[in-house]
Design a protein around this ligand. Structure first.
Ligand code: FAD
Length: 275
């Protein structure tokens, strides 16, 4: 088995200070020798400059960087221009998404991620390694698990090279998902997305929105330790480290960390993973 590929995701910074912080966190996480760092994109333009400037700053300093990208109401010409800027900056990987478009942003002629994958392939051939999103616990907008699987396969058939999952805390959901899409003929790597836990309220709120299940035994412990930083840190580091270990033992091809622009929670997990 080849060594697992590790990658780290940054949330697009909204100002210069936040961008500087991302570069510092990049320096700390680089010690773990990741395959790439990715930077989120606010569909509908909310982080357009923040994403582009951060991606360019990371790439200029020699970091393998993958911008997230969505149509999100923008037209072909705009996305074409962005792709061209990324190509000129030496970017070779893109995370192609539908995105969560803010309300009030009108839909453009393209919406879904498979349409973006098709567009990137048409415009740039094989230049980019294209990542897409996968949902072991089913995307919240889906009409059924099977339709979600079929649409996932559509993205792969459009030309995606690998996938990163929404975060989850139930390894069985991941293994079941990989078995199911493999039976449908999907043979790209599907890398689990890992969310270290730092703030209980934020995690519970966000999980509700994005359809990530927090098993009752976990949420009960989180609530108990909500205001006890040391116990919370110890519980969540153990929890997420065990999840990572189980995923890797079960054959996951890598791990993608949602860092929330912090190095310590991820570094603690790696320290524990290697003991
Ligand atoms: P799609 O694959 O297009 O699917 C969206 C929904 O529509 C699903 O329910 C699917 O079943 C359904 N569907 C797909 N195709 C069709 C079709 N042709 N007809 C009808 N229904 C269809 N959000 C951001 O805003 N910015 C980011 O940077 C960002 N990064 C992310 C990174 C990762 C790794 C992940 C897992 C998620 C990320 N998200 C981000 C969140 C993501 O954009 C949302 O989950 C969004 O709601 C769906 O995006 P998608 O690319 O999975 O959409």
């Amino acid at each position: 088995m080849s060594a697992p590929e590790i990658s780290f995701e940054f949330s697009a910074p909204r100002d210069d200070a936040a961008r500087d912080k991302v570069l510092t966190v990049r320096d700390k996480l680089s010690t773990l020798d990741p395959e790439f760092f990715s930077v989120t994109y606010g569909a509908g333009g909310s982080t357009r400059d923040g994403t582009l400037q951060t991606v360019l700053a990371l790439a200029e300093s020699g970091t393998s960087t993958a911008p997230h990208l969505s149509f999100g109401g923008d037209d072909d010409g705009f996305i074409r221009e962005l792709l061209s800027q990324y190509q000129s900056a030496g970017i070779r990987r893109i995370v192609a998404l539908r995105g969560d478009v803010p309300s009030g942003t009108g839909p453009g002629s393209h919406i879904y991620a498979d349409e973006l994958v098709t567009f990137i392939r048409q415009e740039t051939g094989d230049h980019f390694h294209i990542e897409v999103a996968a949902y072991p616990e089913v995307h919240p907008d889906s009409t059924s698990p099977n339709s979600d699987l079929a649409y996932f396969k559509q993205k792969v058939d459009a030309g995606a090279d690998s996938a990163i999952t929404q975060y989850f805390y139930n390894a069985d959901a991941y293994f079941h998902y990989v078995d199911t899409v493999t039976a449908l003929g999907v043979d790209i790597p599907i890398v689990p997305g890992i969310m270290p836990i730092t703030n209980v309220d934020t995690l519970l709120r966000f999980s509700d929105k994005c359809g990530a299940d927090i098993p009752r035994w976990i949420s009960q412990h989180l609530m108990q330790y909500r205001d006890d930083k040391a116990s919370l840190q110890s519980f969540t580091t153990d929890l997420v480290t065990s999840l990572c270990a189980r995923l890797l033992e079960g054959g996951a091809p890598g791990l993608h960390f949602y860092t929330l622009n912090q190095s310590l929670p991820t570094l603690r997990i790696f320290r524990q993973l290697s003991t």
